[in-house]
Each structure stands twice: as structure tokens, then as C-alpha cells.
Design a protein around this ligand. Sequence first.
Ligand SMILES: *[C@@H]1O[C@H](CO)[C@@H](O)[C@H](O)[C@H]1NC(C)=O
Ligand SMILES: *[C@@H]1O[C@H](CO)[C@@H](O)[C@H](O)[C@H]1NC(C)=O
Ligand SMILES: *[C@@H]1O[C@H](CO)[C@@H](O)[C@H](O)[C@H]1NC(C)=O
Ligand SMILES: [Zn+2]
Length: 503
Amino acid sequence: MYAAVVKYIILTLCAQTNAWSIHDYNAERANLLEQEFGLQVGGNIKLSDKENSANNVLMRYKRQEVDESFQNPKYFNFSRHYFTYKNDIEKSKVYHIIRKMPKGAALHVHSSLMLSAERLLALTYEDHLYACFADDDLKLHFSANVPQRPCHTKWQLLSVLRNETEDIVSFDENIKKHFTLYSQNEKDLKFDINYVWERFNKVCRTIKDLIAYRPVREKFFYEALKEFYNDKIMYIELRSGLPILYELDGTLHDLTHMPRIYHRVAKRFKEDHPDFIGIKLIVTIHRAKDINKIRKSIEIARRIKEELPDMFAGFDLVGQEDLGKPLVDFYPALTEAKDDINFYFHGGETNWFGSSTDENLADAILLGSKRIGHGYALIKHPSLLAAVKAKDIALEVNVISNVVLSLVSDVRNHPLASYLAFGMPVVLSSDDPGAWGADPLSHDFYISFVGIASKRANLRMLKQLVINSIKYSALNASEKLEAFKKLFKEWDDFIEDLSTNFR
Ligand SMILES: *[C@@H]1O[C@H](CO)[C@@H](O)[C@H](O)[C@H]1NC(C)=O
Ligand SMILES: *[C@@H]1O[C@H](CO)[C@@H](O)[C@H](O)[C@H]1NC(C)=O
Ligand SMILES: *[C@@H]1O[C@H](CO)[C@@H](O)[C@H](O)[C@H]1NC(C)=O
Ligand SMILES: [Zn+2]
């Protein structure tokens, strides 16, 4: 298809050797741009009359925002760190429209980092929570008695500490800081990838401490589903390791307990919210582990697949790609599994062209990954890009994550702009929205739509992205049919609302 288009363009350009009338020139120019516009994500979507009037409302606001920044680039917030403008997003009309838009599915989220710091803080009000404050580290543990885990200072009941403090608000603010990377502090806005990942890993550890206690994990997960649902997300594919959960008396659960909890809580959530479709699970393990651990993890993934076939989606490796092992190191274990376990690999979450992390993209393609997490570096690989397009492997793009975790500082330079322009199979997701205080999806959609996609990209692109989220999910054919039915009903309501109430 590209070849045909390119040939057409060359032929038409070469034909114009004689002087044109300005009229012909303008027609040709419009044609050329229209051709290209048709290649974009959403280029094939036809809008109904209702959708067209909704689109007019949306685009009026989008053009206003983009024009303002174009004329005053010093006020263009998206060229700065997300933390500097996060709280201003509320002021945008486009954002409020996107908030209301049904978004289909979130396909790239890590389960323990789904929930906002506010809701995590609320969970620290649960009984029997011990805290160990040491320097700028916070360890947490639920226990009937003083925990046996090592602590440089002293384990104390958080409820007692909170009761003793003069100023509960700042006490709680201080705890909340351990649950989020969000900061207005100048030194936390710098783009040193290892520094940021270190902070990030610390936040992960504290949160995992809090939610390793089985009853709190259940509450946590229900709350997380609620935050996603309220952001108009109907279905989620979670990436989750298999942590060992405990009870108050110290009883430990086995590795397959957690998926059962996901299954049970999601079922309860669905009963309470009938228009929610559900979740599926991508089992993950840290890429720093050795191949035997990877084998063992795949073995457990198989057991989960057997026990909970409706919920199991596949397998992935996580952790900072640049510092972890490349996929090719695990080739023997992964190739053994690739016929019965679907892969959803992270790949190319790097700025290092030609590095082992960069080449993970080749392994993801060769090992048959169903989608690729991030695929940030793919733009530099024309053959791999063509293979991804030909095999219709979706790219799970997480823009805010890439800003916060230091891959890009001005989002206009994000490769998503090219992926959208080339009509690549793209889905938007949010990776770890709780860890940086983003909406489950709305912030990522808003920034992508206004800050990255073409100024001309409109409701057609948004609709295609929403459709893609179901199309490229791990739902089976009949589940997809059901999901699309619900999605299009919600979509029609959204269009009705936008075209009539949002002038
Ligand atoms: C951009 O950020 C500034 C503060 O730095 C804020 O006053 C302004 O409203 C923001 N603009 C938008 C469109 O969010
Ligand atoms: C809080 O402290 C007061 C005394 O300062 C005490 O009477 C009360 O029982 C404490 N409450 C809890 C929950 O520890
Ligand atoms: C699709 O998944 C549903 C469960 O959600 C299951 O009942 C059905 O059998 C599956 N269909 C196929 C073709 O696997
Ligand atoms: Zn991720």
C-alpha cells in the first residue's frame, strides 16, 4: 500500500513540470495532504452526522489550545515535565471531553501501581499496621504482634504514631510521599534515568509492603478497579508478578493465591458494576532473575492458565530494561513455552540505539509476542517496524510513563507521533498511573491527542484508538463481540452528550 501511495505521489509531482495555476496547485496540495491524512490511525473511520457535530465541538477546543501554544511556545506545557503541569490539566475543555469518553480497555498496567496515593493512604488506616521509619525509607507490615522483620529503627503501630502526632495532615502527607514519584521539587524533575528508576523502585517496594497483606490486597484491588471504571474503562489487562500474600497470624499463601484473589474481586466488582467487562492477567517476573526462575514462573503461569482459563492472558518480563537481562538470554525457556503461552513482552523502552535493550524488539517479534509494551525504540528500525505492521502486533504506548521514567522530555518528540501518522496498530495505556498521580487513562489520552498527534487528528483517531483497545486485547472472539456491543452503546451516549450538551 505504501509503495502504491509513494508511486502516486512521485508520478503526480513529476507530471507538474509546467507552470500551474494557483488553483491547480492548491488542489494538488490538498490532495497530497489528504492522502497522508488517510494513512493515520483513524484514517479509515467514517463519522456519522452526530459524530461530526461532536467532532466540531471537540476540534474547536483542540485548535484553540494548540494555536495558543503555537503562538506562545513559552506557555506550551507539554514541552515540560509532566509534574509541572499535571494540576493544570483540569483547566482544559478537551481534557473534560476526554474524561467523559468511553475508552474501552487499558492493556498495559502493572497491578500494584494502579491505585492513587490518596487511596493508598486510606489503606494505612487499617488496623494492625506497623511502620518502620528509617532515613527516607518506610517499611510497612501488618501483624498481630511486633513484626520480626529487621528494622534499623523500631517497628511501631502506625495508629499509635498517628494518634500521637500534633498535625495529622502533615503526618499523612509525609506517608503519602512514599507512595508516589509526584513531586514539585526541582531535583525530582531531572531526567537521569537511573536516578528516577531508583526512586521508582523504592515507591514500588513500599506499596508492595502495604498490599502484601491479603485482606488489604483485596480492598486495594477493588479500589483500583473503581478508579479505572470511573475513568470510563470497561476492561483491564493487568501485568502482575506472583507475590506471596500473608494473613495477620503470619500464615503465607502460595504463589497461585493472588490470581484467585484477582478473579474473586473482579467477579464481585462486575456484579456491582454490570457494564464492566472484567480483567485478564499477564503473569510477570523481573528480568534480573536467572533462567531457572523464569522457567519456574512460566510453569506457574501454566497452572494458572489451567485453573483460570478465562482470566489468563499470558506472560511478560518486567523491570528497567536497560539494567535487566535481554530477552535473548532467556531464549531456551521462552521458546519452549511459546506454543502454549502467549507473550506480551516489554520491548525497546530505551533511548540507546543498538543496545541489547533496543534489540529486544527483534526477539519480541521472533518469539511471537502478541503485543509489544512501549516499543519506544521501534521508530529507529525500519525492518522491524514493517514486521510489526505486517504481523499486526499492537504497540502499547505509555506516554506519561516515558516522560516520568526519563525517555523523553518534550512529548512532541515522542515516537507515538510517527506511529499514529503511519497508521501503526497502537493502543494507549498508562503503565503505572498510581505511581505518578495520573488518571487511569484520561491524562495519557489527553496529552497524546493534543500534544503529540497532528493538530488535524480528530475524533476519528480517538475512536480508532478506543476500538484498538478491544481489537488487540486478549479477549476471545465472542468476548470481543460482547465488549464492542457495550462499547458502542456507551460511545453513542457520549456522542449524544457531546453534540448536545457541550457547546
Ligand atoms: C500551563 O501551565 C501554566 C502554569 O505553569 C498554567 O497557568 C496554564 O493554565 C497551563 N495551561 C494549560 C493549557 O493547561
Ligand atoms: C489516642 O491517644 C489518647 C491519649 O493521648 C488515648 O486516650 C487514646 O486511647 C488513643 N487512641 C488510640 C486509638 O490509640
Ligand atoms: C470465550 O471466553 C468465554 C468466557 O469468557 C468462554 O465461555 C468461551 O467458551 C470462549 N470461547 C472460545 C471460542 O474460546
Ligand atoms: Zn510496563
